[in-house]
Design a protein around this ligand. Structure first.
Ligand SMILES: C[S@@+](CC[C@H](N)C(=O)[O-])C[C@H]1O[C@@H](n2cnc3c(N)ncnc32)[C@H](O)[C@@H]1O
Length: 215
């Protein structure tokens, strides 16, 4: 399958295939967005003892920051679809010796989660954010009032539209659909009505945060 192929909707088989190729070099490639990751996690305002859900956690790059914020009395749960990314997340947990970090290898749409969670992180998880079924599944295990933060890539404003071919080219390998790339948070607002969205990465990225309010 062509890894540049984009679908109308997120495609799990395609994501598994492309992250088989990305897993090894993923941490190095994510270094350029580390500042945005820190900003997104800071927006969660985590405290000792919190239970935090790291959606599509990849290789677990956010785990050290999350563990430091929730302490030993808190817990971190990562959900990840790709076996190749999940294996690296598991290795990270084992080598750090964290007993309060759990990895669930599953699609967000089917994950069996032990909530309720006090905070939810969506760091560069475009495919999951474009899946209403995944959001319904995840938020069923989230406590009302929980803090939610999301970040990722987005298209540039219309007046810079000619440069969007570059945004698509850079992000294409990491997501299976360009659907919703203008406002990747579009479905999240159904669960987080007070979602505040800020621009990042010179307009080609965003960070959004708010609170889960059950409908
Ligand atoms: C760009 S990576 C981001 C990884 C991680 N959140 C980070 O910040 O480093 C996107 C991740 O989403 C995962 N993913 C895609 N679709 C998914 C789904 N339906 N459920 C769970 N994970 C999914 C991919 O396997 C990949 O690891």
């Amino acid at each position: 399958m062509n890894s540049a192929l984009q679908h109308q909707e997120p495609n799990a088989a395609s994501a598994i295939e492309r992250y088989r190729a990305h897993a090894e070099g993923y941490d190095a490639s994510a270094a350029r967005t580390m500042r945005l990751r820190r900003r997104t996690i800071a927006a969660l305002k985590l405290g000792r003892g919190d239970a935090v859900l790291d959606v599509a956690c990849g290789t677990g790059l956010s785990f050290p920051l999350l563990v430091a914020a929730v302490g030993r009395e808190g817990r971190v749960t990562g959900v990840e679809l790709s076996p190749d990314m999940a294996r690296r997340a598991r290795d990270r947990i084992a080598s750090a010796g964290w007993s309060n970090v759990m990895l669930i290898e599953a699609a967000a749409e089917d994950a069996a989660l032990a909530g309720p969670f006090d905070a939810v992180l969506f760091n560069f998880t475009h495919d999951v954010l474009q899946s209403p079924a995944a959001l319904a599944r995840l938020f069923a295990s989230v406590a009302p009032g929980a803090r939610v933060a999301a970040s990722g890539s987005k298209l540039l404003p219309r007046w810079l539209a000619p440069a969007n071919f570059l945004v698509r080219r850079m992000n294409g390998p990491y997501l299976t659909t360009f659907a919703g790339l203008r406002q990747p948070w579009r479905y999240l607002t159904e669960y987080v009505p007070d979602l505040a969205v800020r621009t990042a990465l010179w307009g080609a990225g965003y960070v959004a945060f708010g609170h889960y309010t059950p409908r």
